[in-house]
Design a protein around this ligand. Structure first.
Ligand SMILES: [Zn+2]
Ligand SMILES: [Zn+2]
Length: 245
């Protein structure tokens, strides 16, 4: 039971940070934050994503390529040509790795205004650190698990951030409804947005990637947008455009 509750908590904290910090802040610049607040979010991401920690800069480049080449052969992750989820997961991982190591050359326009903290990532984005996190997870599971089947959550805990990134792209480029004609396969997957807290309105987002609110119809709700409004009121972040909200 404790394992299940911790897994659910890990899921939501991990997805919130991926959407809020990587997607909406680093990749789309919907809002701004001071360098010290940005460094706090780097640390939060490291503590929550642990063994699956990703570089916001590499994520940003991959995501900008995704928007530019959505569902074509130049898209770094699309389920359109291979509908198997694990194929999308592996394609995403390989694209991310090629971008992070700079094996994949990209146009300078995708490299503008990246969110970076190189000194921190020497520790956070390191195989030794990832192995240490896996040992910590293994110890926690061994300590808290009350049945063998609870260890089935362990692989997902280890790859949480990558799994969630591939999951949203796989699901929202295959199933769901559309509000707009976008020329790609993006869909809105409202019935499972309780897992993706506002990022499941993917067709809306592909049509208007600069909009701070993903929910466009009266029956759609974007919880992370409302959390961001709260952070704006608390002066933790600032909307990039004064009338954004
Ligand atoms: Zn997409
Ligand atoms: Zn986006």
């Amino acid at each position: 039971m404790v394992i299940a509750l911790l897994f659910i908590l890990h899921w939501y904290l991990s997805f919130f940070l991926q959407s809020f910090f990587y997607h909406r802040y680093a990749a789309h610049k919907h809002f701004t934050m001071s360098r010290s607040v940005e460094k706090c979010f780097f640390v939060f991401c490291f503590l929550i994503h642990g063994s699956s920690y990703m570089s916001p800069a590499a994520y940003t480049v991959m995501h900008r390529l995704h928007h530019m080449h959505s569902d074509t052969h130049n898209d770094p992750h699309t389920p359109v040509f291979n509908k198997n989820f694990f194929a999308t997961l592996i394609q995403t991982r390989n694209s991310y790795h090629a971008i992070y190591t700079r094996e994949l050359g990209v146009d300078d326009k995708f490299l503008k205004d990246l969110t970076q903290w190189d000194a921190f990532e020497k520790i956070a984005h390191n195989w030794m650190t990832r192995i240490l996190w896996i040992l910590i997870y293994l110890s926690l599971y061994t300590w808290l698990a009350t049945a063998w089947w609870q260890f089935l959550f362990l692989p997902l805990t280890i790859i949480m951030c990558s799994f969630q990134g591939a999951m949203i792209n796989w699901w929202a480029h295959r199933f769901g409804y559309v509000n707009y004609e976008t020329g790609d396969a993006s869909k809105n997957i409202l019935p499972v947005d309780f897992l993706f807290i506002g990022d499941a309105y993917h067709n809306n987002h592909h049509k208007y990637p600069g909009r701070v609110k993903n929910a466009h119809k009266w029956f759609e709700i974007d919880p992370i947008y409302h959390v961001t409004c709260f952070f704006v009121r608390m002066k933790i972040v600032t909307w990039k455009h004064p009338l954004a909200s």
